[in-house]
Design a protein around this ligand. Structure first.
Ligand code: NAI
Length: 470
C-alpha cells in the first residue's frame, strides 16, 4: 500500500487539524478540510495564510511556495471521498465512532482512516467499523508543523500494511514516525508520566521546593523542569492525563495521581493560564539563592570507584588518591564520604557523609543530602550544590531511573522497541536523551539497585522494577 499521492480529507479544523492540513499540503497533497462548526475550515485556512505570509516576510518561504500550499487546501462543506482521512475532531469515543461510520459509507474500499486521538484506544475506536483493519492512529504533536514526532498506533484490528503505509507517509512529510501498539498513553504520554510523578512525590515528601527541583532537572539537560512544565501544560490537563492513564491501567498504583496536583486543581491554580500554579505569573519561579563557592581544603582526598563521575573528580583533583575497586562512586574527604547516589540515604552511610545526585551536565545545580561541608566539594566539578531532604535517589537519578523503568516496561509489553522509545521521548517531549541512551550511559545494575531501594523505602507499587530491566 502506498499513500504517496493520496488525496486527503482532514476532518476537524481546530488546532491539530489545521496543522496537519498544512503539513500535508506542503508535502504536495490535495487536502480537503472539513469541520462541523460553520466557517471553521475557512477560518483555519485564513489563519494559515497569515502565518505563512509572516514566514515570507522573514524570508523563510517563497511567495510561490505559499501560494501552492494554500491552493492545495480546500475547505469543504461536507464529508467527501478521499484515499486517506485524518481525523482530528473532539476527543470523544462515541463522536469519533459516529464519524467513522459516516466515512465508511462514502469512502472507497481501500481508503485509510487515521485518527489523531491522544488518549482513546485505537482498538476501541475501530469497534463496529466494517473494516477495522483500515483504522490506524496517527498521533501528531502540537504544534504540528514544528514537532517531528508521529506515533503510528496500531490497534488490535489494524492491518500491518496500513500502519506501514502511514509510517512511510509521515517520513515523506519530514516527520520521524515510530510504531506503537495501542495501549494507554501510547509511548510518549506513558513514558513521560514519571517526569511529573517524581517531582510531585518529592513535593509530597517535602523534599525540595519546586524551583529547586526544576533547576536540577534543567541542569541535567531538560529544557523545562517538571514543575514549570506542569504549570505550562495546565494542571487540569496534566492531572486528567495522569488520571486517564491510571484508570486505563486498572488503577495500577504505579500510576497513582498526586494529591499535591489535586490540590492545585481544586484551588483553580492551573498554572500559567490562571496566573498561578506552583509559581505566580508573570513572575514565574523565584531565583535560587546565590551560593558562595569557596574551594574547601582537606588533608586526604580519595576518589572512589570508576566511570564518568569518578573520572571527573580525578581530573579536578589530581592530588587525590584513586581507589578504583571501591563499592561506591565519589570522593572521600578526610574520611567523610561524598557518595554518588545509589539509592541509599546519607543517614545510612557513616557520620559526616553526603550523597549527591547524578551529574549529567557540566555545570548547574546539583542536589545533595547530608553534610554540607562534605558536599561543598561538588564545587570542584563546577556544580552548584543544593541541599534537599535525605530521600533515596534525590532528584535527577530517581527521575531518570523511573523514566528508564517505564520505557523498559513499554518495551517488554511490545508497545514499542528501544529505538522507538528513545526517538519518541526526544522528539515528542524534547528530552535531551532517550531512556535507553541514559541506560547505556549509566549502568543497568545501578538503576535496578536504586529502584529497589526506592521500593524498600516507599513500600508500594510505584517503584516496582520492570522485569525487562531486572
Ligand atoms: P480543537 O478543539 O482545536 O479542534 C477540534 C475541531 O473539531 C473543532 O474545530 C470542532 O469544531 C471540530 N469537530 C468537532 N466534532 C466534529 C465532527 N463530528 N466533525 C467534524 N468536525 C468536528 O481540538 P484539537 O486540540 O485540535 O484536538 C483534536 C484531536 O487531536 C483530539 O482528538 C485531541 O485529543 C488530539 N490531539 C490534540 C493535541 C493537542 O495538543 N491539542 C495533541 C495531539 C492530539
Amino acid at each position: 500500500m502506498n499513500l504517496d499521492n493520496a488525496r486527503l480529507l482532514v476532518v476537524g479544523a481546530g488546532l491539530m487539524g489545521a496543522g496537519i492540513a498544512q503539513v500535508a499540503a506542503q508535502a504536495g497533497h490535495a487536502v480537503a478540510l472539513f469541520d462541523t462548526r460553520d466557517g471553521a475550515a475557512d477560518a483555519a485556512k485564513a489563519k494559515l495564510a497569515a502565518t505563512l505570509d509572516g514566514l515570507v516576510a522573514k524570508g523563510k518561504l517563497t511567495p510561490e511556495a505559499v501560494a501552492a500550499t494554500l491552493a492545495s487546501i480546500t475547505p469543504v462543506a461536507a464529508l467527501q471521498p478521499a484515499d486517506l482521512v485524518i481525523e482530528a475532531i473532539v476527543e470523544h469515543l462515541d463522536v469519533k465512532r459516529a464519524l467513522f461510520a459516516e466515512l465508511e459509507a462514502l469512502l472507497p474500499d481501500d481508503a485509510v482512516i487515521a485518527t489523531n486521538t491522544s488518549s482513546i484506544s485505537v482498538t476501541a475506536l475501530a469497534r463496529g467499523m466494517k473494516k477495522p483493519e483500515r483504522l490506524v492512529g496517527m498521533h501528531f504533536f502540537n504544534p504540528v508543523p514544528l514537532m517531528k514526532l508521529v506515533e503510528v498506533v496500531s490497534g488490535l484490528g489494524t492491518a500491518p500494511e496500513v500502519a506501514q503505509a502511514v509510517f512511510d507517509l509521515a517520513g515523506r512529510w519530514g516527520k520521524t514516525a515510530v510504531h506503537a501498539r495501542s495501549t494507554p498513553g501510547f509511548i510518549v504520554n506513558r513514558i513521560a508520566r514519571p517526569y511529573y510523578a517524581e517531582a510531585l512525590m518529592l513535593l509530597q515528601e517535602r523534599a525540595a521546593a519546586p524551583e529547586l527541583i526544576d533547576a536540577c532537572l534543567r541542569a541535567a539537560g531538560f529544557r523545562m523542569g517538571p514543575c514549570e512544565l506542569m504549570d505550562l501544560i495546565g494542571h487540569d490537563t496534566n492531572f486528567a492525563v495522569t488520571n486517564s492513564v491510571f484508570a486505563a491501567n486498572f488503577f495500577d498504583r504505579r500510576f497513582t495521581p498526586s494529591l499535591v496536583q489535586q490540590e492545585l486543581v481544586d484551588a483553580g491554580f492551573l498554572g500559567r493560564k490562571s496566573g498561578r500554579g506552583f509559581y505566580r505569573y508573570p513572575e514565574g519561579a523565584p531565583a535560587l539563592p546565590a551560593v558562595d563557592l569557596v574551594r574547601p581544603t582537606a588533608a586526604q582526598l580519595v576518589v572512589h570507584g570508576q566511570g564518568e563521575v569518578a573520572e571527573r573528580f580525578a581530573a579536578a583533583l589530581p592530588e587525590a588518591v584513586r581507589e578504583r575497586d571501591s563499592s561506591w562512586v565519589g570522593l572521600s574527604v578526610d574520611g567523610h564520604q561524598l557518595c554518588l547516589t545509589d539509592g541509599r540515604r546519607a543517614a545510612e552511610l557513616a557520620h559526616g557523609a553526603a550523597v549527591f545526585d547524578l551529574p549529567l551536565g557540566a555545570t548547574g545545580d546539583l542536589a545533595y543530602a547530608g553534610d554540607a561541608a562534605t558536599a561543598a566539594w561538588l564545587g570542584v566539578l563546577g556544580l552548584t550544590p543544593r541541599a534537599v531532604a535525605d530521600v533515596p535517589g534525590l532528584v535527577v537519578a530517581r527521575t531518570l531511573a523511573m523514566l528508564i523503568n517505564e520505557a523498559a516496561d513499554a518495551v517488554q509489553q511490545g508497545v514499542c522497541d528501544p529505538a522507538g522509545a528513545d526517538a519518541a521521548m526526544k522528539l515528542g517531549v524534547n528530552y535531551p536523551a532517550g531512556p535507553f541512551e541514559w541506560l547505556g550511559r549509566w549502568d543497568r545494575r545501578a538503576v535496578v539497585a536504586l529502584l529497589d531501594r526506592l521500593d524498600q523505602h516507599h513500600r508500594g507499587e510505584r517503584y516496582r522494577v520492570s522485569p525487562y530491566l531486572r
